[in-house]
Design a protein around this ligand. Sequence first.
Ligand code: 0JX
Ligand code: SF4
Length: 317
Amino acid sequence: MNAPQKPVLEVRIAAPRGFCAGVDRAIRIVELAIEKYGAPVYVRHEIVHNKFVVDTLKGKGAIFVEELDQVPDGVPVVFSAHGVPKAVPAKAIERGLEYLDATCPLVSKVHRQAERLVAAGRHILFIGHVGHPEVIGTFGQVPEGAMTLIETPADAEAVSVADPGNLAFLTQTTLSVDDTAATLAVLKRRFPAILAPGPNDICYATTNRQGAVKAIASGVDLMLVIGGMNSSNSLRLVEVAERQGTTAYLIPRAGDMDWEWLAGVGTLGISAGASAPELLVRELIDRLSERYDVIEREVETIEENVVFKLPRGLEAA
Ligand code: 0JX
Ligand code: SF4
């Protein structure tokens, strides 16, 4: 007797998705540090916001802590891709700790811009999410009070500044492109003289992943995004899909999917945040294939070929 036929599920996979150049580099830095110094290597904060990545590196000899004072003397420490306040490397130097900075070069660029703008006497309105490590790191590049956090268009309407003629703005790298445009429109209307080094600081990977989700979300019945629940850029992908009127869920692993979500779904969209390994996308498709006859189609909106150099001293490890 023939096995009963599985229902057909068309799966549209967004591209680009998954690892960006900054995440690739940050993970490589931890791996190379372990090769160079031997285990254990300490990492301050999750190297990227993904439990699978963190657990894999733990298996290779990395130890994750939240603060530098949890790092014992005499062992190397890596700073996460999200960046750290200036006080962190300063403290490491004071303690004689060997450190490797895995801050994404695009986050470091915002750090340098913040310093330059403040040195030029500007007050910075910074668009970002309260409490996010990247925001804490960027605020930690300038003296207290030099920067004001703006999260929403309502914040932009409400903020009062001492000298409206002497403002600048910067942004977190992993924000919603559309929300940021709305917040910036308010700031530019209220403070026409506000200065910016560029249009905004949302990175190429964030922009491209949101664009790819936008391109498929309205044509699918459900969208699943693979990513950590604390991953800002992954959360933004879910929002993008929802704004196209499509139900969307963020799931760390295939096992977090609820089969009930698929009731009545004929076409499923899949993407992955910048910190989610491709292996987890395959894991999800394999799981779906247990119950469905999956027809896969990748929808590519833009080609990416960005690669960042490793820090000096690690390239040849
Ligand atoms: O929460 P984020 O999106 O900033 O970080 P995540 O998920 O670790 O992504 C990679 C690191 C991004 C830094 O900009
Ligand atoms: Fe860098 Fe963007 Fe990746 Fe963050 S999401 S690590 S800013 S490339």
